[in-house]
Design a protein around this ligand. Structure first.
Ligand code: BGC
Length: 759
């Protein structure tokens, strides 16, 4: 085995463990050094290789690099040994192949994948190492499937709990989202597959996503909506970024000078490529001049894409300088070389036991125990003879839903299957659906006038009331009831292309849980959804609630393990669960879904818990909340490493807090640190998450948990100075188990104002 490293300046190193086959290929390469073109010579500096390839490309060939030639590819350049470049969704696995010129499945039999828990579940692990394993798994499968760029992760901030794609993103907090994205990207890119961070920026709702013009002020932009993208690019070293469909300050985001040229490539020094979202380009000049490097998914002939013939015409007439095309080509080439697509790309692996275990591990650590009165969970199988499993979601498969995030999973263990495997012969399991989705509306073929007529409903199944009655009967005679409720990936739930309409459980589920829990108070509710749900109709009647998100192909097993105590839940909410929709900022202020095509982010910085905490509104379950089967106690924190008062190192602190597992079970705790700024020149949220650390503790073990802070932990963005400012003064730090369960406080002092220019 030989280790081969490819360095991309400003980006991270790509390291492959070369197989012996590759070592042979390498030794051949060494003998032919004089004839190997520089761009194929991995020993040469990257920029030299880029320039060499660029110098060999004709105008047409350069143009072929900046637009698609099918739904998910750019053209090959055979004379230079350049194969077709393949992209694929993302973000929870490698998507089924479509096309080439349609969204219809290609009908392949080799395009299955490992279905990972959705990104919001990954965020709920609060474990960046699992982000790394997640990315590595997808990277290995992408390589096996011959994909070079994976379209994910998505890091749009959860501004409203209604956003249909919240399940694809990493929650409401910029710091947590950034940390999780960095792990994901590093893991994926270490496999020689480019991540493509999306959707830059402000794609925080699906409603009117193609047109809505977002207005957000500079502070909200820099402090809330950008940090995860900036971390992805700067710390994660992401090689590709995808623009978003919506507009920002009057310009579409795939053609937005401020976002792409000035901030991403200017302030953050991004050297990789910016691709459009599919069909997100609207104008040749704007796309060409405002920072887009790769146009994908436009309707119509590929040669007529905005950055194909119209771009060529403009170059020939002198409307666009050739340097603009060269810059785009360079950026594409960098990513092509980083993904090793021109030679010796190692074959990946797919659905290995390790991939399955990674999927399961993330499901296990991402599940959030919301409620557990009197230690109702874990269930003790030796005391149970009959289990009632109720709910359509117990038997529903979720991989193949949600549009671009839909996957063709090798398999998917449903909650009912997982429970049956776990329970085995130890108890009788009875299933009752309890609810079901109304049948889809059906339409005739077009008549002579081309009109499709709605066909009469052919719903011969039991009514909602009947389903509830049957479930209640089953519940009455069971020792324990497990209701698996929630949403799915259909329109108006957790899906691309539409937002949720409210926070309610659909299909009569509130009534179902109310009646079932009245019939048998030993009722556990397992929720599958991409975010918050209202629970007031039944929460007081059930002793335990487990938020399972959409937990991937091993989800059913992970749910069973959690309910029966084979694992100890350690997930924490990456988003606030409000009591009612009107309590959430964008809804309280009437700012969603926008007026006259504009979406004013009037809540500014007060997104998620920043709003609830600053306005003192009680949430249903707060950000960072998640129970365990054991208990953790927090001792007095101390500052173990204080900075010099000025100069290099100022503003850097290491805080240590002793955390004890005071129960009898091993468990993981996410120790969270919130900075409370106190008095400030500019208004600030009451508290902000600035550090966290997940630790595994044996029963009665105490560990000193370290939390690191740097000047950014104390800073706000000052638009007047275009800089990050940590004001001099005393900052209170709250350390605890959730944003509303702060166990310890400690104060630190910044002696002298620290000003760091953006960039
Ligand atoms: C989605 C992207 C996705 C692309 C390609 C778009 O509709 O917004 O997230 O990557 O399609 O499928």
């Amino acid at each position: 085995m030989q280790r081969r490293t490819l360095l991309l300046p400003g980006l991270i190193a790509v390291t492959f463990l070369a197989q012996s086959r590759l070592v042979l290929a390498d030794s051949k390469t060494t003998h032919q050094v004089s004839t190997t073109p520089t761009y194929l010579n991995a020993a040469k500096p990257l920029e030299e290789r880029v320039e060499d390839l660029l110098s060999r490309l004709t105008l047409e060939e350069k143009l072929s690099l900046v637009h698609g030639d099918s739904k998910f590819t750019t053209a090959a350049i055979p004379r230079l040994g350049i194969p077709r470049r393949w992209m694929s969704d993302g973000p929870h696995g490698v998507r089924e192949d479509v096309g080439p010129d349609t969204w219809q499945p290609a009908g392949h039999t080799d395009d299955f994948c490992t279905y990972m828990p959705v990104n919001i579940c990954l965020a709920a692990t609060w474990n960046p190492d699992l982000g790394r394993s997640y990315g590595a798994t997808i990277g290995q499968e992408a390589r096996q499937r011959g994909k070079h760029i994976m379209l994910g992760p998505g890091v749009n901030i959860m501004r409203t709990p209604l956003n249909g794609r919240n399940y694809e993103y990493l929650g409401e907090d910029p710091f947590l989202s950034g940390q999780m994205a960095v792990g994901y990207i590093q893991g994926e890119q270490a496999q020689g597959v480019s991540s493509c961070v999306k959707h830059f920026a402000f794609n925080n709702q699906e409603d009117q996503r193609g047109t809505i013009d977002v207005q957000a002020d500079d502070r909200a932009m820099r402090e809330i909506y950008f940090p995860a993208f900036k971390a992805a690019v700067r710390d994660g070293g992401a090689w590709s970024v995808m623009g978003s469909y919506n507009q920002f300050r009057g310009q579409h985001c795939c053609e937005n000078d401020l976002l792409l040229n000035k901030i991403l490539k200017g302030d953050w020094g991004f050297k990789g490529l910016v691709m459009s979202d599919w069909g997100g380009v609207h104008d040749t000049k704007e796309a060409v001049m405002n920072g887009l490097d790769l146009e994908m998914g436009t309707n119509g002939e590929y040669d007529n894409y905005y950055m194909a013939k119209p771009f060529r015409d403009g170059l020939k007439s002198g409307a666009y300088p050739m340097a603009v095309l060269d810059d785009k080509a360079r950026r594409n080439i960098r990513v092509m070389l980083a993904t090793q697509m021109l030679s010796d790309r190692p074959v990946g692996s797919i659905n290995t036991v390790n991939h399955q275990l990674t999927s399961r591990k993330i499901a296990e650590e991402g599940m959030v125990l919301l409620k557990n009165d009197s230690d109702f969970l874990p269930l003790n199988l030796s005391k149970i003879k009959t289990v009632a499993v109720i709910g359509d979601n117990a038997v529903r498969k979720f991989a193949y839903g949600g549009q671009s995030a839909a996957l063709k999973a090798f398999y998917e263990v449903t909650p009912l299957e997982g429970l049956m495997i776990r329970i085995g012969a130890a108890a009788d399991v009875t299933y009752s659906p309890g609810f079901r989705m109304p049948p889809r509306r059906r339409f005739s073929a077009p008549d002579v006038a081309g009109v499709r007529h709605e066909l009469p409903a052919t719903d011969s199944g039991p009514s909602s009331d009947d389903l509830v009655k049957r479930a209640v009967e089953v519940a009455k005679s069971a020792d324990v009831v497990i209701v698996v409720a929630g949403l799915n990936h259909d329109r108006f739930f957790d899906t691309e292309g539409s937002d949720r309409k409210d926070l309610k459980l659909p299909f009569n589920q509130d009534e179902l849980i109310r009646q079932v829990s009245a019939a048998n108070h030993k009722t556990v509710v397992v929720l599958m959804s991409g975010g918050a749900l209202e629970m007031d109709a039944w929460l007081g009647n059930v002793p335990a609630v487990l938020q399972a998100w959409y937990p991937g192909m091993e989800g059913g097993n992970a749910i069973a393990e959690a309910l029966f105590g084979d694992i100890n839940p350690s997930g924490k909410l990456p988003c606030t669960f409000p009591k009612r929709l009107e309590d959430s900022p964008a809804h309280a202020l009437g700012a969603y879904p926008g007026k006259d095509g504009k979406e004013e982010y009037t809540e500014g910085l007060l997104v998620g818990y920043r709003w609830f905490d600053t306005k003192a509104i009680e949430p249903l379950f707060p950000f960072g909340h998640g129970l365990s089967y054991t208990r953790f106690s927090y001792g007095a924190p101390k500052v173990v490493s204080s900075p010099p008062s000025t100069g290099i190192g100022a503003g850097n602190f290491v805080i240590s807090v002793p955390v004890t597992n005071s129960g009898d079970r091993e468990g993981k705790e996410v120790v969270q640190l919130y900075v409370k700024p106190g008095k400030s020149m500019l208004p600030r949220p009451a508290q902000e998450l600035k550090a966290f650390n997940k630790v595994l503790l044996s029963p009665h073990q105490t560990q000193e948990v370290m939390l690191k802070l740097d000047p950014t932990s104390f800073s706000y963005y000052d638009p007047a100075r275009k800089a990050w400012v940590a004001e001099a003064g005393t900052y209170e730090l709250g350390i605890g188990s959730s944003s509303r369960d702060i166990r310890q406080h400690i104060a630190v002092k910044i002696e002298k104002e620290i000003v760091v220019p953006e960039g």
